[in-house]
Structures are given as C-alpha cells and as structure tokens.
Design a protein around this ligand. Structure first.
Ligand code: SAH
Ligand code: DHB
Ligand code: MG
Length: 224
C-alpha cells in the first residue's frame, strides 16, 4: 500500500461523495495564501466530523485548534438555527485568517473564536458556564492533549462526543523508542482515558492524503 494510492482513493471518494464547495475551497486557498501550514483535516474527515455532529444532534460544539477554520466550517454547518460553535486558537494570524474564512462561509454569527492559549481559554469557558457542549473536537498542540481532554470532560454532559485528531502519527504511537513530545502526548492522553470511568473510547486509524493517522473517539457515559 502506498501513500499515492491512499491519496487517489481519497480523491475518488471526495469526487463521489464530498462535493467541493466554494466557501471551503476559498478557506483553503486563503489559508495557503496567508502561509498557514496545510495541516487541517482532509475533506472527507471534515465531512466525517460534520456527520458526527449531526448524529449527535449537536447544538453547541467546542473546537480546540482553529488554524484557518476549515474544520470549523465543516462542523458549524452541522448546527441547527441558533446553534453555536466556540473555537480556540493561540495564533493571532491563524485567528485572523479563520475569522475571514468563517465570515465568507456566512457563519460569522455562529462561530465564536477565542484567541489565546487553550489552557487559559478553557478554564475561562468553564468559569463563565460555557458548557455543556454536545461535541468537542481537540486538534491543537498535541503535548497538551491530556489537559484538553480533562477540560473537555468538565465541559461535557452525558452523551457528549469527544474527538481527538492525530493519534496515530504514521504509527509512531507504537514505537517504544519514540521520544517525540507529540507522540508522548498521545500516550498521556490514553493513560487518562483508560483511568477515566466517565468516558468510553476507541481509536480509528485512517489513511489518505494526510498519510497514516487516526482519531480517538470518546463518548461521555450516561451513568456519571
Ligand atoms: N482544526 C484545524 C487544524 C488545527 S491545526 C483544521 O482541521 O482545519 C492546530 C492549531 O492549533 C494551529 O492553528 C495552532 O496555532 C493551534 N494551537 C497550537 N497551540 C495552541 C494552544 N496552546 N492553544 C490554542 N491553539 C493552539
Ligand atoms: C499535522 C497534522 C494535523 O492534523 C495537526 O493537527 C497538526 C499537525 C501535521 O501533519 O504535521
Ligand atoms: Mg489535526
């Protein structure tokens, strides 16, 4: 199996099932133009997040790590009228590009972007009674995944879906000699989840245009 084949299959399913969209295309273009790294979710992954949000009947969504707002737009479009998405971003340039992309998608009134380190904006959200969220997508700096997941549980309700991106990292996750802080972040996250009776979780491996990676999916249990 080759990365070329994975990308070709992604291309095929994108053409077949994930039709291109002017606002999403423009968001990618503007992000590239502004020099943002091309590390957002792939189109079919954005659509997966959107379908999961619809499956949740989500009215309130929290995202940690906005970049140019590509995953934000996919998720925000799953919301019913009156729904709201709060997204957290530390980089002012990313935030500026994302705000413009979100506005171009007609979602300026739906998306609330909070600028600052998520370890500061998450406690603020909790203090202001910002929760509970129906779905939470964690996709920022990986070494803090465990801390973000801890806050996600605090901001959740029974039935909330928590999704964490980039947990396979080309299989680095099973390399015992790997000292990458991002990989350590996955291990620390999994230790927390394993010791946390309030959630039930699994991980899904993915291949495609973003290589070999995956998502952790955790559901907050009813009996908490
Ligand atoms: N969810 C986006 C991709 C996010 S990339 C998408 O799929 O389209 C990760 C983002 O997290 C980057 O924009 C980075 O600036 C941001 N980030 C990194 N450290 C952060 C922190 N401490 N607090 C908030 N955001 C952070
Ligand atoms: C990369 C990919 C991501 O989805 C992310 O959130 C951060 C980095 C990467 O490919 O480097
Ligand atoms: Mg990611």
């Amino acid at each position: 199996m080759s990365a070329e084949l994975w990308t070709a299959v992604d291309d095929y399913f994108d053409r077949a099932l994930v039709p291109s969209d002017p606002a999403l295309d423009a968001a990618l273009e503007a992000s590239a133009e502004a020099g943002l790294p091309r590390i957002g979710v792939a189109p079919n992954q954005g659509k997966m997040l959107q379908l999961l949000a619809r499956l949740q009947g989500a009215r309130r969504i929290l995202e940690v790590g906005t970049l140019g707002g590509y995953s934000t737009i996919w998720l925000a479009r799953a919301l019913p009228p009156g729904g709201r998405l709060i997204t957290l971003e530390v980089d002012p340039k990313h935030a500026e590009v994302a705000r413009a992309n979100v506005a171009r998608a007609g979602l300026a009134d739906v998306v609330d972007l909070r600028l600052g380190p998520a370890l500061e904006t998450l406690p603020k959200l909790a203090t202001e009674g910002g929760g509970p969220f129906d779905m939470i997508f964690i996709d920022a700096d990986k070494p803090n995944n465990r801390e973000y997941f801890g806050w996600a549980i605090e901001l959740a309700r029974p039935g909330t879906l928590i999704v964490v991106d980039n947990v396979v990292r080309y299989g680095q996750v099973v390399d015992p000699d790997d000292t990458d802080p991002d990989t350590q972040g996955v291990h620390r996250l999994n230790e927390l989840i394993a010791s946390e009776p309030r959630v039930s979780a699994m991980a899904m491996q993915t291949v495609g245009r973003k290589g070999h990676d995956g998502f952790v999916m955790a559901l907050v249990n009813d009996d908490v």
